[in-house]
Ligand binder design. Structure first.
Ligand code: NAD
Length: 275
């Protein structure tokens, strides 16, 4: 299964579907990555906060694929915000991953109460200019945070990784991204499993012999988003990547749009989150 790529605002190409590795143990993640690479995944999403960057690095080092065929994302945690701290945080991440160059580096949360995300963003710009990371972006940034970055540095993030699933579709935020030339990446794309039981998704899936998970991921592909579902199970890894051989109709896309629950957020609100 070959996953299509989308081109970010800096010309970097990112595989539209990747593997999220949140909550995977450091000791187990390399085996899961091997399994995912075998199924066709070429994009892995980790973070300093996940505590498994070393295991992700081992998984990449142990596989037969050339390094440049695997797109690796990591994220800077909140306690490393600030210009110098972010540069140190990046060095720690790279030491654990055991890589020379990262594909995508994100500020994990804006943490507006800290007042440091602009300085942090300047550090990421420097890392990209030095060629240590190919693309830079953010996660959980609200429109006013994005606008402030652009106003103060003239540089828009390549991507914003945000909570996005059928009950929390983020239409307004996606529209802001579109206007600013920022790609949208979906975290908890399956609503952490909660979204899967909806009868409409089952009904739509039955027409194509696809599961609700496949329908949701396909919907995100057709919205033009990047998505990073998590699974440690080989069958589900295969299932989640087998979404490039069918297409939802406009009517089905409209039906899924109706599943939005307004404030259907599972995770913290980025405006007020403190951790
Ligand atoms: P998810 O929406 O990917 O759901 C994962 C759950 O769904 C797991 O329990 C898994 O067993 C189940 N599942 C997976 N495939 C399935 C299938 N085909 N059928 C049935 N069940 C299936 O949730 P997630 O792990 O929260 O999010 C995915 C990734 O997003 C994370 O691993 C992480 O990389 C990223 N993330 C980022 C942030 C952020 O702040 N940037 C926050 C949360 C998650």
């Amino acid at each position: 299964m070959t996953v299509p790529t989308i081109t970010l605002n800096d010309g970097t190409r990112i595989p539209q579907l990747g593997l999220g590795v949140w909550k995977m143990e450091d000791g187990a993640v390399s085996g899961i990555i091997r399994s995912a690479l075998g199924a066709g995944y070429r994009h892995i999403d980790t973070a300093a906060a996940y505590g498994n960057e070393a295991g992700v690095g081992r998984g990449i080092a142990e596989c037969d694929l050339p390094r440049e065929e695997i797109f690796v994302t990591s994220k800077l945690w909140n306690d490393k915000q600030g210009y110098d701290a972010a540069l140190r945080g990046f060095d720690e991440t790279m030491g654990k991953l055991g890589l020379d160059r990262l594909d995508l580096y994100l500020i994990h949360w804006p943490m507006p109460h800290q007042g440091l995300y602009v300085e942090t963003w300047k550090a990421l710009i420097r890392l990209r200019e030095e060629g240590r990371v190919r693309a830079i972006g953010v996660s959980n940034f609200l429109p006013d945070h994005l606008e402030r970055l652009i106003e103060e540095t003239g540089e828009a993030p390549a991507i914003n990784q945000i909570e996005l699933h059928p009950r929390f579709q983020q239409a307004a935020q996606r529209e802001v991204h579109r206007k600013l030339g920022i790609a949208t990446e979906c975290w908890s794309p399956l609503g952490q499993g909660e979204a899967l039981a909806h009868p409409d998704l089952k009904r739509i899936g039955a027409r194509y012999a696809k599961s609700p998970a496949q329908v949701i991921l396909r919907w995100q592909m057709q919205l033009g988003c990047v998505s990073i579902p998590k699974s440690a199970n080989h069958e589900r890894l295969r299932e989640n990547i087998s979404i490039f051989d069918f297409e939802l109709t406009e009517e089905e896309m409209a039906q899924i749009k109706e599943l939005d629950a307004g404030e259907g957020r599972i995770g913290p609100d980025p405006a007020t989150a403190r951790f």
